[in-house]
Each structure stands twice: as C-alpha cells, then as structure tokens.
Design a protein around this ligand. Structure first.
Ligand SMILES: [Zn+2]
Length: 323
C-alpha cells in the first residue's frame, strides 16, 4: 500500500496544478473578491443591456451604497470626490434606472460615468447611481416597478401623501398597476435610500434620467435649463409622490429630469455628448445657489411636515400620466 500512495500523491499534485496556474493568472480583483456583490450585479447588468458590457460596468468602479433592493441586490454608487488641487464648485447627484424598463436611462448614465472616469477635473463632487431599481431591470422581463410592484417615482413624501397619491392613482390613471404608489411614502428600500442620500449628501442639484418622453423637465428653484442636447424644456407638472415634487417643490432642491426619447434605443453618440456638454455648462453657471444650501437648513422641518397627519385637500392640477 505504501508503494501505491506515492503515485496517487503525484497524480493529485498534477490534477491540482492547472487550477493553481489559472488562479495565479487571474486579475487580483477576481481572486480577492470572488463574490463581490458589485461585480455580481455588473455581470447581470452587462448581460441585460446591449450598450453596457460587463467590462464597462467593472470599469465604472461602482461600490455598494450599503443599501439593497427588495430582493437584496445592492444599490451601487460611483463617487467622484473632491480632488486635492481644487475645491469643488457644487455637489451633484445623478440617478438612472428609477424605472427598471427604461433601459436607455441606465445605459446613458454609464456612458457619462465613462466620461467622468476620463475627464473628472474636480469641478464638481459627484455621486452617480446608474440603477436605482435593480430588481426592476435585472429580471427576465424588466419592469418599471420594484419587486413589490411599486412605482418608486410615486413613493417619495409629498403633502397629504396617502390621499393625494390614492386619488391620483385611482382617478387619473384608473388604477394603472404601473403607477401604483405603494402603501406609504418611503415604504420601499430603494426610495428610502435615495431620500437618505439626499439628506446626507446635500446635493446642489439632482439629475434624474428617464425615458421615453423626449423632454427636459425641471422642479424647484432657480431657473430651469432651456435645453440639453436635443431635449427641450417642457414642464410636465408635478405628481403626488414623485421625486421632482418631493425634492424640487417641497425641499426646494433643483431636480432636472432628463426624459430620453426612447426607452429601448440609445441616443446617438453625438447626442449623448451634446447632452453632457450642455449639462456641465448649466451646472457651471447655475450651481451652487445659496437658496439650495439654505433649503437644507430646513430639511428636517420639511421632512417632519411631510410626515404629519394628512389633511384632505384638493388634488393638485395635473397634466397627463407622465414619467
Ligand atoms: Zn421613468
């Protein structure tokens, strides 16, 4: 038996060797963090979106925000922090994929992350969230809603939330399941995280990318941009529970909503560049505003008043269903 052991040992070593060699050749990130949730999510994003490869997503260097979706998928963020050589002019929060079936809104944000990776100059301090609703996008049939069937863009605290969102949902959308606002304001982990992110990061402006209405919308002070690339300003009105209503109108933090013209088709490279150029130009000229920073001084009071006992009041006049 002692004679047989030795060849078996050699055979064992021989069988192990290719594995060891392969492991040694792997990039360090793969070896150190085989189950990094950000990389796992990148694989899903890369397989889902035609315009974002797994490699593009890895290169975006997204990090977990610490918050997760209903199904436990991380909400990923890329930060471009202040650089030592200059104090940033303003803080900017950019969000894509609040609605999980608006593919272009996620892909375009990834394209802009690529630009920031190349050209970030420290002019602004960015927090970029390409996909707020991972459960909506990352499933066989992507959905506008999160995994609880809630439209996250109706789940933010606005005055008399329960009555106003119910009234709007029933009478204006005829209980369209795609516009279901949820059981309570901030009932969903994704909207809750975004609200906390605004409270903590205190952005001078919020940019929210959607599709497919092909317009530029704006909520809150100061003056709205007239156009960004081929998107022209068209105020869509406010909805009970929307991010624009909550952050822009109630908290007085400017919210730019970029509604791309198609959810399933990307803008041309030229348009992606023009929108970016116009956005940066607008930010350079219009941020920061003292009013916005003053608004944060009353953030807690506003948040408290939005949570207070609802008073039945007349519904806010609205336009069509919208983003
Ligand atoms: Zn949308």
């Amino acid at each position: 038996m002692a004679v047989l052991k030795y060849p078996f040992f050699l055979l064992g070593v021989a069988l192990l060797m290719p594995t060891c060699v392969a492991a040694a050749n792997q990039p360090p990130a793969d070896r150190q963090t085989p189950a990094d949730p950000a990389r796992l999510e990148c694989k899903k994003i890369g397989h889902k979106l035609g315009s974002v490869s797994v490699r593009d997503c890895y290169n975006a260097e997204l990090k977990s925000s610490g918050a997760s979706s209903v199904r436990g998928q991380p909400i990923l963020v890329r930060e471009y922090p202040p650089l030592s050589k200059r104090q940033p002019q303003a803080r900017v929060l950019m969000i894509g994929g609040i609605h999980g079936d608006e593919y272009s809104s996620v892909s375009v944000v990834f394209k802009w992350i690529k630009k920031l990776n190349r050209y970030h100059s420290g002019l602004f301090h960015w927090h970029v969230v390409p996909l707020l609703n991972p459960d909506g996008l990352l499933q066989k049939k992507s959905s506008r809603l999160n995994a609880n069937g809630v439209d996250l863009n109706r789940n933010f605290p606005t005055p008399d939330w329960l009555n106003q969102t119910r009234d709007y949902w029933q009478r204006r959308t005829h209980k369209d399941p795609r516009r279901y606002p949820g059981k309570a304001a901030l009932s969903e982990p994704e909207s809750r995280w975004l609200y906390e992110e605004i409270r903590n990061f205190r952005p001078d402006v919020i940019i929210s990318v959607h599709a497919p209405y092909g317009v530029l919308d704006f909520d809150g002070p100061p003056e709205a941009p007239h156009r960004m690339g081929y998107l022209h300003l068209k105020l869509l009105g406010t909805y009970p529970g929307s991010l624009g209503n909550c952050a822009g109108v109630q908290h007085r933090i400017p919210v730019i909503t970029m509604e791309l013209p198609r959810a399933g088709t990307m803008p041309s490279r030229g348009e992606i560049n023009r929108m970016w150029r116009d956005l940066v130009r607008w930010l350079s000229r219009n941020t920061p505003k003292k009013d916005t920073q003053d608004a944060y001084a009353t953030f807690e009071d506003t948040a408290r008043s939005l949570r207070s006992v609802p008073i039945r009041s007349k519904p806010v006049p609205e336009k069509a269903i919208g983003g």
